[in-house]
Design a protein around this ligand. Structure first.
Ligand code: TRP
Length: 329
């Protein structure tokens, strides 16, 4: 093990990696692995809060790991594992729960959202979600956590729990810092309304075949105030134009054409589709070479590495709390 600072992030099993995941956090997974000792895991325990049978999302889990590697997460430099391969994280969750006031968890906005989204399945796991997330992070003593903006409240809670733990039992953990991508603009899904999410069927997949990407982009909702091509457009409020900022250096030129009604929405979309297809070609190529057997090996190796780190941390934790060491059980 090196003495480099550690970066850690997790991702729930939702299916394919999409443009929102990539811009929000994925780019940073790739950037940080040069400088930090990096860990990325697939949060299968967390996924159980909404999908109670892990067998049913096992296929999606493989897809996600393949996509992670496709976008440039390098198993040679980043420890990639599945959360449930480190059962000690569940023990740490339980211990963190003892220093987490109920009121802190009650105010987490994502819990309220979930209560709204799945009123028939408001389980305790959902409530405990951010405590488990805290355990994920600090069990590897993560210093930085690359995530999307939507995770800010969870990270704030993690920092509070960490401080409380350290104050109660002595300094065991670094306080993890959130790492956002400042360039991640507010890109919405293809519907132009909500953020990208597989369940809303409004995503652009980063490793999808060209024809799928093209279809997704061509289905994008554009400037709703512009009915005819001859009318001037409003690039500031158009989601397609927002994407131009990311994919075209000369986006201002296109915004101006749009304002002057010299380019239509369809044409803008087809240029954008072509550009995205080109930009992500290396991801598709890398992904096409991966096999399930390789993924199994990568996850097995990752579980060993992450398991060692977790074991070491938990030895310290049990000692700090005054629980008997594993060696005496
Ligand atoms: N809650 C995160 C999400 O929905 C996933 C996650 C679980 C995570 N554990 C984590 C992210 C630990 C960062 C660190 O995207």
């Amino acid at each position: 093990m090196t003495d480099r600072k550690r970066s850690l992030s997790g991702i729930r099993v939702t299916g394919r990696f999409h443009l929102g995941n990539y811009l929000g956090a994925g780019i940073n997974y790739v950037r940080l692995q040069d400088e930090y000792e990096s860990y990325i895991f697939v949060a299968d325990y967390h996924t159980l809060t909404t999908k109670p049978n892990a067998r049913e999302f096992s296929n999606d889990l493989y897809e996600m790991v393949m996509d992670l590697i496709a976008i440039g997460v390098d198993p040679g430099r980043t420890v990639i594992y599945r959360q449930s391969a480190i059962p000690k994280v569940a023990e740490l969750t339980l211990l963190l729960a003892m220093v987490t006031p109920l009121s802190w968890v009650q105010r987490v906005p994502t819990f309220k959202e979930k209560v709204r989204d799945q009123p028939d399945n408001v389980n305790l796991g959902l409530f405990e979600y951010p405590v488990l997330q805290s355990a994920d992070i600090i069990i590897v003593k993560g210093d930085v956590v690359p995530v999307g903006r939507d995770q800010a409240a969870h990270l704030e809670l993690t920092r509070e729990i960490t401080r409380r733990f350290n104050r109660t039992y002595g300094h065991v953990f670094p306080e993890p810092a959130i790492v956002l991508n400042p360039d991640a603009p507010i890109i919405k899904g293809t519907d132009g309304k909500a953020k990208m999410s597989k369940s809303l069927n409004n995503i652009i997949g980063v490793t999808d075949p060209p024809e799928v990407i093209t279809k997704q982009v061509m289905s994008m909702v554009t400037d709703t105030k512009r009915v005819y091509k001859t009318q001037p457009g409003h690039p500031r409020t158009c989601n397609v134009c927002a994407m131009y900022k990311l994919f075209f250096d000369d986006w201002e030129h296109y915004w101006e054409l749009c304002r002057r009604a010299q380019i239509g929405c369809q044409e803008k979309k087809s240029l954008l589709a072509k550009r995205i297809v080109e930009r992500f070609a290396p991801f598709r190529e890398r992904r096409a070479e991966l096999t399930r057997e390789q993924i199994d090996e990568i996850l097995a190796a990752g579980a060993v590495r992450a398991g060692e780190v977790a074991e070491k941390t938990m030895v310290e934790v049990r000692n700090a709390i005054g629980l008997p060491p594993y060696s005496q059980l």
